[in-house]
Structures are given as structure tokens and as C-alpha cells.
Design a protein around this ligand. Structure first.
Ligand code: GRG
Length: 290
């Protein structure tokens, strides 16, 4: 359903980073960026732009920037100082191949590159400069200290602690998972110059979808295999991490997923018939296996 966007994103990501410059930096950046991945966040940004009646190809740099930021966060999350993971996107993690220092720098490089690309695009379009910078601001917000970085910090701070409650878990998930979906949906909204009702609809969808995605991820950590997912599984339980499954149980998590699905659909229905791809995406997430 998101295939037409995915192909274009994949092609652009392949061209965005020079292969030869500054080895091993560029090699390390390309290794993780081009390792596959569902490209969910960039595809959602592009689909949302199309849903609002604009030319989605115009927003490609913002979509690719989102994926570069997402990839940096995965590289850093996998480091021994954070989640200490050895498998990601079906391949050894960045630091296993390039060493911890280069992995930190590959993440830093991707993060900076994302903003360079978005700024260059905005400056190249003086007539729509304000909308483009506003889109970038939404992406920066979702990826920054209000959301993703904050959520990750809270997650680290809670590791190994007893008695972490539902409110804290919600803050962790809202930050580290919903933040990037907010960046995608709200970024698309700003790119299209959406009004406040449309922005609210995009926000409501992103918040509910982000949690739905995270709960599906928590279930997969229990029921899937590393071969299917391309990353380690069972680590959450082994390390005593607080997850939706641990807090609500399997059935409780599934029930919450249904409610989140309904909420996401209700929000995005603001866009009527054009919202179909997002309604299908929420349904897919409810039955996600891989
Ligand atoms: C290092 C600032 C910083 C943040 C890290 C990515 C992240 C935040 C944490 C990873 C742990 C985790 C389970 C996060 C939430 C869900 C998530 C981001 C899953 C991975 O996303 P997918 O499934 O991955 O879209 P692909 O590889 O398909 O892109």
C-alpha cells in the first residue's frame, strides 16, 4: 500500500550519501541507512502529503531526512552504552562492524545530514520557504528533547527499576516512539499549510498509531523470531524492561491495541475518503506479524 512511496524513498536514500567520501564515515552511514527497514515514517509523511492533495514528490527530502534521523536513533540505541544489541535490520549492528566510536559518528553524521538536506531544500524554494521550514520544525520537535530523545532518556533512567507505572511507560512510549510519527504526520501537515483542525486530526492519528505500533512491537518481542524481525527478540523480558506486555499482559495489550486502532481511525477520518491508506495501515498494525 505504501509501495510506490517506498521505492522512491529507497532510490533517493541510495543517492543522498556519497559512497567514496570520508571512509570509514560514509561507509558506516551507508551501511545502516541502506540496510533495509520498512521506511514506515517517510512513507507516512509522503502518503499524508498526498492525502492533503499536494504533490508528494515535492516532500521527498523531508521524508528521507526522517529516515536518516530514525536510522541514527537505531544506531545509537544499539550501542553497548544503551541497548547493547548485535542484530538490526537483519545485519550485525553498526558498532559491531565499525566499532563504537565510528558508530556514534555515523549516527551524528546522519542526524546532521538530515537537517542539511531539509535546509538546502527549503532555501531552494523561496516561494514555499515558510511551509518547508515549518515542516522541518515539526520533524525536529518529534526527534528532539520534547519527544524521542526525552523518551529514550527516560527509558534508560527507568532501566532495572521496580514499580515503574503506567504513566511513566506512556511518557517513554510517547517520546521515543510517537515522536517520530508525530514528526511525519505533523511535518506533512505543515508542508501542506494545513489548518488547525487538520493538524489536530494528524496529531491524533500519530499519537494513537505510535502507541499501536509500540504495543505491536512489544508483542512481537515475545512471539516472533530474530529471522522474521531481523533484530534480537526476547531482550525486553530478559533484561526486565517495562513493556506494554509486562504491564498489561498479552490480552490487556491486545485490548488496548484495538482501542488505539479505533482512535487512530476516528482521528484520520477527518480527511474522509482520502484517509483510506491510513485506515488500512492502522488495521495492518493491529494484525502485525513481522
Ligand atoms: C538514541 C535518541 C535515541 C533514541 C532511540 C529507536 C529508539 C530511540 C529506540 C529503539 C527501541 C524501540 C523499540 C523504539 C521504538 C520502536 C522503534 C523505533 C522500532 C524500530 O522501528 P521500525 O520497526 O524499524 O520501523 P525499521 O528497521 O523497519 O526502520
Amino acid at each position: 500500500m505504501l509501495e510506490k512511496y517506498r521505492e522512491t524513498v529507497e532510490e533517493r536514500l541510495g543517492a543522498i550519501l556519497p559512497a567514496e567520501e570520508a571512509p570509514p564515515l560514509s561507509a558506516a552511514m551507508r551501511y545502516s541507512l541502506l540496510a533495509g527497514g520498512k521506511r514506515l515514517r517517510p512513507c507516512m509523511l509522503l502518503a499524508a502529503v498526498e492525502m492533503m492533495g499536494e504533490n508528494w514528490r515535492e516532500a521527498l527530502e523531508y521524508a528521507c531526512a526522517l529516515e536518516m534521523i530514525h536510522t541514527y536513533s537505531l544506531i545509537h540505541d544499539d550501542l553497548p552504552a544503551m541497548d547493547n544489541d548485535t542484530l538490526r535490520r537483519g545485519k550485525p549492528t553498526n558498532h559491531v562492524v565499525f566499532g563504537d566510536g565510528q558508530a556514534v559518528l555515523a549516527g551524528d553524521g546522519l542526524l546532521n545530514c538530515a537537517y542539511e538536506r531539509m535546509l538546502a531544500d527549503a532555501l531552494a524554494h523561496p516561494q514555499s520557504l515558510e511551509r518547508r521550514v515549518a515542516a522541518m520544525a515539526e520533524i525536529a520537535r518529534g526527534a528532539g528533547v520534547e519527544y524521542m530523545v526525552r523518551g529514550q532518556s527516560l527509558d534508560l533512567a527507568c532501566e532495572g527499576k521496580q514499580g515503574v507505572d503506567e504513566e511513566t511507560l506512556l511518557a517513554i512510549h510517547t517520546g521515543k516512539t510517537c515522536g517520530m510519527f508525530l514528526g511525519a504526520m505533523r511535518g506533512a501537515g505543515r508542508f501542506c499549510g494545513a489548518g488547525s483542525e487538520a493538524m489536530d486530526a494528524l496529531t491524533g492519528y500519530a499519537e494513537a498509531f505510535g502507541l499501536l505500533f509500540q504495543y505491536a512491537d512489544d508483542l512481537l518481542d515475545v512471539f516472533s523470531t530474530p529471522e522474521e524481525l531481523g533484530k534480537s527478540i526476547g531482550k525486553d523480558a530478559d533484561e526486565g524492561k517495562l513493556t506494554a506486555v509486562r504491564l498489561f499482559g498479552v490480552e490487556g495489550t491486545r485490548a488496548r491495541m484495538q482501542a488505539l486502532h479505533d482512535k487512530a481511525v476516528a482521528s484520520i477520518s477527518h480527511f474522509q475518503g482520502a484517509a483510506q491508506p491510513f485506515i488500512r495501515l492502522a488495521a495492518d498494525m493491529l494484525t502485525r506479524r513481522k
